[in-house]
Design a protein around this ligand. Structure first.
Ligand code: UD1
Ligand code: CA
Length: 469
């Protein structure tokens, strides 16, 4: 097998993005564009992947790390000039596959077909597509024998060429020998004043070579991102591809138009996603879960049979059969135990909640360790912050925290402890103890009635004295 080298161009400025971030690190379904390409290409079997970087290269390096080899294009003089920067890494008897870093929809199969054709024909191949709107793409001019005669960029095209709907994807499998021969022949003699990689096609041909077009399986995958409008378009396409994969794997998605799942998310079989579900980052969902409507999970890990309704879960873990929401907020570093219930308007922050524990409504639990089978009443607050530092609350197994209790941390409630409703507890409660910390009730019979009478008489006396003066 021929040695295969990938060269991915990512040195362009991406001016039309109007961004402080490098174009290729912009995310598509939660994953940087360039990472989509590199990951997709991993299984193609390249001996080396070279990424051409330029301005803001540190952003590209931060995404790809040392998975690839970098080469620098100090001045952005065009795609042809960018490929020249990879020359020191190219070996004569190889295939050089060039890809553009702003085309994240590209699929492995198309690249493999392109390579297979290059190996079989011993010619350079280029991936093309027939699109509805060819605007801004390089047009493919075919020779009589069906091979590519040349590629003409939008700016250099006349009206006849502009009508051509077969366009250049920007992905080529060059016979490296041919590439090395033609690169020095390029000039910047065109409307852009740049060294255009597309010109290599005509040069290969005049050297007696042939460039063979390979048509993409799905023309829509050609989409590249030059501005935010195209970014949104690519996002949509990538999103439907991701949802399709999950549906094929046995996930029910009620309304794919209103469900958003990032590229790295894992979802178990027979889980149901209601509309308005947003699953981000490294979220992992078990089997038979029901998520949504309107829920946002970021880096969440859910075991099987978890229910989440209209809630937000960030960087936290939910064990099997637990239920969250409606309207709960689970903040980072929380663990919700098996079969636990986190109900409406409950906020959990950096806390572990034990198995079968219920925090059913209107509570704040922060910096806490809550045992198993605990009942946390309505309106309970763990008072974790004294204005200077955060303190911990520890609640033992089988304990009961009455409604509207303040647990002033640092504090510990023992196993089987019971805190009476309305208490503001500042001292530890031992195992199996009862704690009550509130004023005793005073009831004054007929107090209100006599108060009202006194007030009425006072006001009558007042108006008489006013009248006499
Ligand atoms: C390019 C192609 C066009 C093709 C289209 C497909 C050329 C001349 N044109 O046009 O035929 O239809 O892609 O998407 O190749 N880059 C560098 N250094 C540079 C210039 C660009 O690394 O000096 C990189 C960019 O970061 C980008 C890629 O090359 O990832 C493509 O450049 P871009 O300017 O977006 O080319 P298009 O105008 O889209
Ligand atoms: Ca582009």
């Amino acid at each position: 097998m021929t040695e295969k080298i990938a060269v991915i161009l990512a040195a362009g400025l991406g001016k039309r993005m109007n961004s402080r971030r490098h174009k290729v690190v912009h995310e598509v379904c939660g994953k940087p564009m360039i990472a989509h390409i590199v990951d997709e290409m991993k299984s193609v079997g390249f001996h080396r992947m070279i990424v051409v970087v330029g301005k803001l290269e540190e952003q590209v390096r931060a995404v790809l790390g040392d998975e690839v080899t970098y080469t620098r294009q100090t001045e952005q003089l065009g795609t042809g000039h960018a490929v020249m920067q990879a020359v020191p890494f190219l070996t004569e008897d190889s295939l050089t596959v060039v890809l553009y870093g702003d085309s994240p929809l590209i699929q492995k199969q198309d690249v493999m077909n392109l390579i297979a054709k290059a190996e079989e024909s011993r010619a350079t191949t280029v991936l093309t597509a027939e699109v509805e709107d060819p605007f801004a793409y390089g047009r493919i001019i075919r020779a009589e024998d069906g091979s590519v005669e040349r590629i003409v960029e939008e700016k250099d095209a006349d009206d006849v060429i502009r009508q051509i709907r077969e366009v250049n994807s920007g992905i080529y499998a060059f016979q490296t020998k041919e590439l090395l021969k033609v690169l020095p022949k390029m000039t910047a003699d065109n409307a852009q004043g740049e060294y255009l990689l597309t010109d290599t096609v005509a040069h290969i041909r005049s050297d007696g070579g042939r460039v063979i077009p390979v048509v993409m399986k799905d023309a829509g995958d050609i989409a590249n991102v030059n501005d935010r409008i195209q970014l949104a378009h690519v996002e949509k396409r990538m999103q439907s591809r991701i949802l399709l994969k999950h549906m094929q794997n046995g996930v029910t998605i009620m309304d794919p138009d209103h469900t958003y799942v990032h590229a790295e998310v894992i979802i178990g079989q027979d889980t149901v996603l209601y509309p308005g579900t947003i699953l981000e980052g490294n979220t992992t969902i078990g089997m038979d879960c029901v998520i949504g409507p309107n829920s946002r999970l970021v880096n969440a890990t859910l075991a099987d049979r978890v229910i989440v309704q209209s809630s937000v879960i960030l960087d936290s873990q939910i064990e099997e059969e637990a239920s969250v929401g409606p309207f709960a907020y689970i903040r980072p570093e929380s663990q919700i135990g098996a079969r636990a219930k986190i109900g409406d308007f409950v906020e959990i922050k950096k806390s572990a909640i034990g198995e079968d524990t219920k925090v059913s409504h209107l509570a704040y639990v922060g910096d806490s360790e809550v045992g198993a089978r605990v009942n946390i009443g309505c309106g309970v607050v763990t008072v974790n912050y004294d204005g200077f530092v955060k303190h911990k609350t520890i609640i033992g197994d089988d304990s009961f925290i009455g409604s509207n209790v303040n647990l002033v941390a640092p504090i510990q409630i023992g196993d089987g402890g019971y805190v009476a409703t309305g208490s503001t507890v500042t001292d530890n409660v031992p195992d199996d103890a009862f704690a009550i910390a509130r004023e005793r009730q005073t009831t004054k019979p007929d107090y209100v009635k006599s108060l009202k009478e006194r007030l009425r008489m006072n006001s009558q006396n007042g108006s008489k004295s006013n009248g006499q003066e």
